[in-house]
Design a protein around this ligand. Structure first.
Ligand code: FE2
Length: 314
């Protein structure tokens, strides 16, 4: 996408890029560009800085703040070589700069390298989406856990937000909701569907799922913060959990958060071997279990404080 209020520049860039086989959408101002972007996301935006109405800086900043559009590379086109303008552009989140007048070879080189980068980002996003879908397919094998991953993703990131954690931790918690039980993909149906009364051998197989899930997700660098959630979501505060028998704060915070919401959701849902508990019954059970040493004794009350706050707002 080319955004420039100067028709000569706009047509020049459009024609140059079209001559190389790129599909180009041209817009004379930020507002029209925004309409296009909402309708069909471009792979790259070449954006003039000085335009009537919304400036290139403003549009760039807005695109980079919006989770839907932040991964689209933006090249700011400036007639000024002033350092301050570049700093402003970097602050607005621009990925690169082009100076006017435009030199075709420079334009082609920038466009080519940024589109390559966009391709990698898309592939990575796809890989993550595939893993999350796999997580949901694991959930689908057990008819009693329907909607569990989605609720977990929401509750866990809400609790993270309530605790004031940074944005990247909230993203990790949301993904953790979908990915924490991914390793169950290697657990046979007859064990998975049994739910309770597993034999010691079956239990050993079941207990491998955190390590298996971690191994599946490990190659993706973008899931770095999710790995501890997957590995440690069955540890217990008193050290009796698995796979590593970690104790207290040795268990990283993010898995402890996911665990609290996981336990709550499990108590609140009906399973073949147990009825669903009411909110009050679930709260009492969890506080008792936290006293008995299973869950983080500070996080459990925080979780209920958060639910209370959410209820008050609603
Ligand atoms: Fe699990």
């Amino acid at each position: 996408m080319v955004v420039d209020d100067n028709p000569d520049n706009m047509l020049l860039m459009r024609d140059l890029l079209s001559s190389r086989g790129y599909e180009v959408v041209a817009a004379p101002h930020a507002e029209e560009a925004e309409r296009h972007i909402r309708f069909d996301q471009p792979d790259l935006i070449l954006l003039d800085v000085v335009m009537p109405g919304k400036s290139g800086y403003e549009l760039c900043r807005e695109l980079k703040e919006d989770p839907q559009t932040r991964l689209i590379p933006v090249v700011l086109i400036t007639g000024l070589t002033d350092r301050e303008d570049k700093v402003r552009g970097i602050e607005a989140g621009a990925d690169d700069f082009l100076n006017k007048p435009i030199f075709p070879e420079e334009l082609f080189a920038r466009v080519k390298s940024l589109l390559k980068l966009k391709e990698f980002t898309d592939e990575l996003e796809n890989a993550e989406a595939v893993l999350c879908t796999l997580g949901l397919s694991v959930e689908a094998r057990d008819p009693y856990t329907e909607g569990h991953c989605e609720r977990l993703a929401r509750y866990a990131s809400d609790l993270g937000e309530h605790l004031g954690l940074p944005a990247e931790s909230l993203v990790a918690l949301r993904r953790g909701g979908y990915l924490h039980d991914l390793g169950k993909i290697a657990v046979p149906d007859e064990i998975l569907k049994k739910g309770a009364n597993l034999t010691p051998q079956e239990w050993e197989i079941m207990k491998r799922h955190p390590v298996t899930g971690e191994a599946i997700c490990k190659p993706l660098k973008s899931l770095r913060l999710v790995l501890p959630i997957i590995r440690h979501h069955h540890e217990h505060w008193n050290g009796t959990g698995y796979p590593d028998g970690l104790k207290g704060r040795e268990i990283p915070l993010l898995p402890r958060i996911l665990q609290v919401v996981d336990v709550y959701d499990a108590l609140r849902t009906h399973r073949p071997y147990k009825p669903a508990l009411s909110h009050d019954q679930a709260a009492r059970t969890m506080i008792e279990e936290a006293h008995a040493g299973l869950w983080d004794p500070e996080l459990v009350p925080e979780f209920f404080a958060m639910l209370q706050k959410a209820k008050a707002v609603a």
